[in-house]
Design a protein around this ligand. Structure first.
Ligand code: OAD
Length: 270
């Protein structure tokens, strides 16, 4: 498993339709696997928040069609124009603050309550999972509400929703800070990867929800868990880089598919 590649290394073309290569278990099998499971891992991407009104990254109206990655999501872009980058993230912070968790987030929060062993790995920085009630969550791409000191690396809750005149500074050492976001070309937190790896090796079911897998981290996670015996369910209205490794595909919006699936799991249990 390639754990420490930079995110930039991982950009690939979105796959063609590859449905013919996939296995097609029915939703009944997914329900059975979730009913029997003791340990469940959920991996999410931007699609889980789409029904909360937050745009995904790719596609005609995606975030990356309105902003240049090299300007707003690289360390070099921040060095060139920290004020512009901060303003971009603070605009997004305000948008996210106005969004609400949707039924997909609610089901994932209910899963955490239900399973003795549970881990949520999210690529999203919008904090909707924690607002829905998840606590066992690793935000592998950072958190829109946090900033990080450029000198001493302290991570802190950013008190600002608009950019102050002296920019945003560290509460400890007063040096300038940056958004606590994983940018392209940067490494994942090795401690987080180790924790995820450890959990995936023993998990029973992995649900991969609303990610294209163009940034391929979720693809590696799903494959690694599958190789260790996990059952992999994809929830995505479209084919993704994860699809070929999933046992079962729920080709609907997450806000529809997850409540239906969860209702069936709970009904089976009675
Ligand atoms: P993408 O925009 O690449 O993919 C979003 C996925 O969500 C697509 O596969 C859609 O088909 C799917 N989708 C759309 N609406 C959905 C819905 N209602 N329910 C379920 N799925 C839906 O977003 P990510 O895969 O999350 O990283 O992108 C990964 C990373 O690339 C992001 O975290 C971000 C970005 O660059 C950084 O900024 C570091």
């Amino acid at each position: 498993m390639k754990r420490q590649e930079s995110v930039l290394d991982r950009i690939k073309e979105t796959p063609d339709e590859r449905e013919s290569m996939m296995t097609h278990d029915t939703e009944n099998t997914a329900v059975y696997k979730l009913r029997e499971a003791r340990s469940v891992t959920v991996i999410t991407g931007a699609g889980v928040s789409a029904e909360s009104g937050i745009p995904t990254f790719r596609g005609p109206d995606g975030t990356w069609s309105n902003a240049k990655i090299e300007d707003v999501a690289t360390p070099e872009g921040f060095q060139r124009n920290p004020q512009m980058v901060w303003e971009w993230y603070l605009r997004r912070r305000n948008e996210y603050a106005g969004a609400q968790p949707n039924p997909a987030h609610d089901v994932i929060a209910a899963m955490e309550q239900h399973y003795p062993e549970f881990l949520l790995v999210t690529q999203n920085i919008d904090t909707l999972h924690t607002r829905a009630g998840n606590r066992k969550v690793l935000e592998i791409h950072g958190n829109i509400n946090q900033a990080r000191c450029l000198r001493c690396d302290t991570v802190f809750e950013n008190p600002h929703f608009t950019l102050p005149e002296n920019s945003i500074t560290c509460p400890k050492c007063h040096a300038p800070a940056r958004p606590h976001i994983l940018w392209f070309g940067e490494m994942y937190d090795p401690a987080q990867l180790e924790q995820i790896n450890h959990f995936l090796a023993a998990t029973d079911v992995v649900l991969v929800v609303g990610t294209s897998g163009v940034v391929t981290t979720p693809v590696y996670f799903a494959l690694y868990a599958k190789q260790h015996g996990a059952y992999v369910i994809e929830v995505n209205p479209n084919v993704s880089e994860v699809s070929k490794d999933a046992h079962c595909h729920l080709r609907q919006n997450a806000g529809v598919a997850l409540p239906q699936l969860w209702q069936a799991v709970m009904a089976e249990e009675q």
